[in-house]
Design a protein around this ligand. Structure first.
Ligand SMILES: N[C@@H](CCC[C@H](N)C(=O)O)C(=O)O
Length: 303
């Protein structure tokens, strides 16, 4: 069996996107992990399957991490799928159903940028979820002492449809996140594991962040982490309700709207290329251009 896909990314957090609206697609965790392998497969952080929505939204978006686990939320992928649907339908706003709820994506001002209403953050210990009761999740009891860097302690915990823990630090680069990330991700305090962020407010409403993603490892950006960090910062007065989150892959603008408690996320999207997978051999070929190729071609024509 052969099947076409799009390779996309939101600030370097990259995805394979399948359109399964007319022809269903259900891959096993082993096949997803094989395709996600950066040395032997296509390589991606998440796999996104666009399906028909059972409840009348424009689509249902299914999300798998590259380890094959299915999860409920992915901010960067929501922007990417939003962009595809806005281009396809020529509508101003599109609705995307996920396991975490119904999200609305709108075209943003900058070219190829999209704003997504990510809904309300959740702070209750059993909604994040945490394994034990905390009355205040702005700083939960948890600490880890790397030998070569200051102790990481009392992270904020937030759910953006998926679990996040945010450690406030002076220098996000002082830590070997590749080493401590997996220990924190699977700490028993997080019964469903967690996405782990290191965050530093370096100027008013400007926050530098590095993320270890649950089920995917170090990524260049994580949209839900950006939302969780911005909300956690506003919650304990480190920042206002609008901030820019600076990730290794670039900036994401987040506003936590006072009127309805919803979190709005604005950032870039990119189509890298079109491709086709042969499921018998689990190999792939590129079949079409991405944004960068199209831009280069249009510049050549213009000269
Ligand atoms: N990259 C995503 C988050 C993907 C899911 C996450 N790894 C989890 O397991 O919850 C984003 O942009 O939000």
């Amino acid at each position: 069996m052969r099947r076409s896909f799009l390779k996309m990314n939101g600030l370097g957090n990259d995805f394979v996107v399948w359109d399964a609206r007319t022809e269903k697609l259900a891959l096993t965790p082993d096949v997803i992990a094989a395709l996600g392998n950066r040395e032997t497969g296509i390589g991606f952080d998440q796999m996104i399957t666009v399906e028909r929505s059972p409840s009348g939204a424009d689509v249902f978006m299914r999300i798998h991490n590259c380890d094959g686990s299915e999860v409920s939320a992915c901010g960067n992928a929501t922007r990417c799928i939003g962009r595809l649907l806005i281009e396809e339908t020529e509508k101003d706003a599109v609705s995307i159903e996920t396991r975490a709820g119904l999200l609305i994506a709108r075209k943003a001002e900058a070219p190829l940028s999209v704003t997504v209403d990510m809904g309300k953050p959740r702070f209750a210990w059993n909604e994040i979820p945490l394994a034990e009761e905390f009355a205040d999740t702005r700083a939960i009891e948890l600490q880890i002492g790397p030998i070569d860097a200051p102790i990481l302690h009392t992270p904020a915990a937030v759910s953006m449809g998926n679990p996040h823990a945010i450690f406030w630090v002076k220098d996000v680069d002082a830590y070997d996140l590749g080493k401590i990330g997996p220990l924190l991700e699977h700490h028993p305090i997080f019964p469903e594991a967690a996405n782990i962020s290191l965050a530093h407010v370096f100027a008013p409403n400007q926050i530098r962040v590095r993320v270890w993603e649950r089920g995917a490892g170090l990524t260049r950006a994580c949209g839900t982490a950006a939302c969780a960090v911005a909300v956690a910062a506003a919650r304990d007065g480190r920042a206002g309700r609008s901030s820019v989150i600076h990730l290794p892959g670039g900036p994401i603008a987040i506003t936590w709207r006072e009127s309805d408690d919803h979190v709005l996320m604005t950032g870039a999207t990119e189509v890298e290329f079109e491709g086709e997978v042969d499921f018998d051999s689990l190999t792939f070929v590129r079949t079409g251009p991405g944004d960068a190729d199209l831009q280069a071609a249009s510049l050549e024509v213009a000269q």
